[in-house]
Design a protein around this ligand. Structure first.
Ligand SMILES: [Mn+2]
Length: 338
């Protein structure tokens, strides 16, 4: 692992920059929002203004919990003019190209970059780097500000708890470290109710989510021989059953189906744009060692070993997309009976 710069060195660079800027990672989640708001608030206490941008718009969920009005939405980093800025801060971004959702962001040559992250694959792409393999990027930031002797307000400590819990599937993923558990204990000692956060964020599903789950199960196919399960969702069905996807918290339909006991993996095909024949396919592994990334890659996509996906354009329609995906699975997956 390459060596990190010290928090002091990075903090000095942020404070001394004339015009620093931060774009949130292309794939927005609690961790990237909280990371950005935490750094912005602590920098503003030092008299430094850090503008925050994101390429898309917000889902209702974020407005409910965070001061998202501090983030300017709908600004595409690949089209943005960075001329007047001298420092670009990356937070929770394992790959600089991912600042744009299409993965095509290129760092402008004149700008200094700071990379604070928690992804194991991070190649230390910044001029200054602070990467720790923790459950969330905010867990890394906690460490960062602890070393700087800076105090975080109760509001920011709650942000850390919310993002650490959501980024680790409520401490269920194998990314969780003993440092994360110690941080949770520290947060509890600071008066943060972990139970209240888990209760609010994980105990309930919206009515839209219930209607979507019904549709997921209606369209579910179980391939007993190959031991996988899949489902399909079309825009017509979403309209027919009055399902607003932005009112559905959490991941893709495959996250739900991966829990089918005895299967090796699950996938879902969601029609994104009927006119363009655009579909998104997402794969999730059920068995710990089953690699779905190789399936996504064989179709031109990518991701992680246990969660991967691909976008497919097929004007013929859904049945054709299903055939494409099944063919790829059987091609790569000769050992169906394993
Ligand atoms: Mn993260």
């Amino acid at each position: 692992m390459p060596t990190n710069n010290s928090p002091q060195e990075i903090w000095d660079a942020l404070k001394q920059a004339k015009n620093p800027i931060c774009f949130l990672d292309g794939r927005l989640d609690f961790d990237s929002v909280c990371s950005a708001l935490i750094v912005k608030e602590l920098l503003s206490m030092e008299g430094v203004e850090l503008p925050l941008y994101w390429h898309s718009f917000y889902v209702a969920d974020y407005k409910k919990y965070f001061e998202v009005d501090k983030i300017t939405p709908n600004v595409d980093p690949t089209q943005f003019d960075f001329t007047d800025y001298d420092l670009l801060l990356f937070l929770d971004c394992g790959d600089a190209h991912h600042l744009a959702p299409q993965g095509n962001f290129v760092i402008p040559s004149h700008i200094k970059t700071v990379n604070i992250d928690h992804h194991t694959g991070n190649p230390f792409y910044g001029d200054l780097n602070y990467v720790l393999y923790r459950g969330s990027n905010t867990s890394v930031l906690y460490n960062f500000f602890l070393e700087l002797d800076l105090t975080l307000s109760p509001k920011l400590l709650k942000y850390i708890a919310m993002s650490l819990l959501t980024d680790t599937g409520f401490l269920k993923y194998d990314t969780v470290t003993s440092d994360d558990f110690r941080l949770i204990a520290t947060l509890v000692d600071s008066g943060i109710s972990i139970f209240d956060i888990i209760y609010e964020l994980s105990f309930f599903l919206t009515p839209d989510a219930f209607r979507l789950n019904k549709l997921i199960l209606n369209n579910m196919r179980v391939e007993k021989e190959g031991r996988f399960v899949y489902t399909t969702i079309t825009q017509d069905e979403l309209a027919k059953y009055n399902i607003d996807e932005y009112n559905v918290k959490g991941g893709s339909p495959s996250d739900y189906l991966r829990r089918y006991e005895g299967m090796r993996f699950a996938f879902s095909i969601t029609e994104r744009n009927a006119n363009k024949g655009l579909y998104s396919v997402s794969f999730r592994s059920s068995e710990k060692t089953y690699d779905v990334e190789k399936l996504a890659k064989s179709l031109g996509g990518g991701g992680h070993t246990s969660a991967a996906g691909v976008k497919i354009v097929d004007p013929v329609g859904l049945d054709s997309v299903i055939n494409t995906v099944l063919s790829a699975i059987y091609m790569l997956d000769a050992d169906k009976s394993s």
